[in-house]
Design a protein around this ligand. Structure first.
Ligand code: EZ4
Ligand code: CO
Length: 403
């Protein structure tokens, strides 16, 4: 019995908001879990503080599965981003504690390393194709084996995924949501020339990725996928919203471009049909938004039966605690595909010192026991919560449109 004696939520904003759960045990071992839900942070903080933490005190920190079931089945209200991020934070913190109790890095508890490191992809973007290619060349020089390309759309004032800062990308940047305009026609014309230029400049030995941010209908996505086929993209991400999983059948009928989806998924039920019918190639669900390691493991095992590999979301709104969890997980599972890596700022890294590292296009979680991430609480306290939202998106006639 490793008794849970306390748990606290720490909200900090070293450049962007993060919600972290810290669980303490009787013998002094502590664990960290990420509970950050971009733009809705305080809802998860309250869910944990007001509704979950009181149920944790006195329980055995070793009983990870039982606590997961208790918080999921026992709540009556299942699934949803707030619930599943809260459960994820508890789950991560308990795995962190178990690793520390065993004196082993988490990936060892999950079966040990299945590979040398986790291939990650970096984000190249620019207002013009030339700028984006320049940025991509920079990533290639740093050793990246995979690069996501997002470029400004001619005729649109701004494009989501194209940052003002070339090096650090932070989309949640406003006290109230900003509004951007979208044209599917202009966008669809802009992507194939970007990939054509990228292959000419970068060659064929680097993986190229693209994120559509759910902004196409299935048939439009089928067309874009087909237009990109000559450039052999690694994947086309979030081509269309996936509440209706059958949408992906139509895309599949029209293109062999590999499909990735799922950064907003919370549960295996969000991707059951997508996986079972082999409508996708990469599942992007994450440790933090899909119920922790305990649940992501279930999703990945199910995916493995259907030739679907992981490609977990890894934007800056996933804290270094999540990044570490993703790397331990990715290193250990048989069907790891790729991991997104959008670097955190120095300010964030200072608040969350960590053992993971990047070399030659791969990341490794390091050998520190547990997750290998700490939280400098004194420094965290110097960065109070600051409300921030992602932008919303409208068509040129004013219709509110998809992300
Ligand atoms: O919009 O992380 O693949 N990455 C992305 C990100 C997401 C944000 C949402 O919180 O799509 O930019
Ligand atoms: Co995305």
């Amino acid at each position: 019995m490793l008794e849970i004696t306390g748990a606290r939520v720490i909200v900090t904003s070293p450049g962007r908001n993060f919600v972290t759960l810290k669980i303490e045990t009787k013998d002094g071992l502590t664990g960290l879990g990420d509970a950050t839900l971009n733009g809705r942070e305080l809802a998860v903080a309250s869910y944990l503080t007001d509704h979950v933490i009181p149920c944790l005190i006195g329980r055995d920190a070793h009983r990870i599965e039982d606590i997961w079931q208790y918080l999921y089945r026992g709540a009556y209200w299942r699934r949803g981003p707030v619930t599943m991020s809260a459960i994820a934070a508890v789950d991560m913190a308990l795995w962190d504690i178990k690793g520390k109790a065993a004196g082993l890095p988490l990936y060892q508890l999950l079966g040990g390393a299945s590979r040398e490191g986790c291939m990650v992809y970096g984000h190249a973007n620019g207002t013009t194709i030339e700028e984006t290619i320049d940025n991509a060349l920079h990533y290639k020089e740093q050793g990246y084996r995979a690069i996501r390309l997002q470029s400004g759309v001619p005729g649109l004032a701004s494009t989501y995924g194209v940052s003002r800062d070339r090096y650090f990308y932070e989309p949640a940047d406003a006290d109230l949501p900003t509004e951007t305009l979208w044209s599917t026609e202009k966008y669809l014309r802009s992507v194939p020339p970007l990939f054509e230029a990228a292959r000419a400049a970068l060659g064929w030995d680097v993986h190229l990725l693209h994120d559509v941010h759910h902004r196409l209908t299935p048939i439009e996505a089928g067309r874009l996928g087909r237009d990109l086929e000559p450039y052999r993209p690694f994947w086309m991400e979030d081509a269309t919203p996936a509440e209706n999983q059958a949408n992906f059948r139509l895309i599949r009928q029209h293109t062999t471009t590999p499909l990735a989806v799922g950064e907003v998924f919370n549960s295996v039920w969000d991707c059951k049909q997508l996986i079972e019918e082999q409508l996708i190639d990469y599942i992007r669900a994450t440790v933090v938004h899909a119920g922790g390691i305990t649940h992501l493991r279930r999703i990945a095992s199910f995916a493995d039966l259907h030739n679907v590999r992981t490609g977990c979301h890894g934007a800056t709104d996933l804290s270094p605690v999540s990044m570490a969890a993703a790397l331990h997980f990715g290193l250990s599972i048989p069907n790891f595909g790729i991991q997104e890596y959008m670097r955190h700022t120095g300010k964030t890294d200072a608040v969350f010192p960590h053992a993971y590292s990047f070399a030659d296009g791969l990341m490794h979680p390091g050998e520190a026991p547990g997750l290998g991430v700490e939280l400098d609480e004194a420094l965290a306290a110097e960065h109070p919560y600051k409300r921030a939202y992602l932008p919303v998106n409208r068509l040129e006639d004013g219709t509110l449109y998809n992300w």
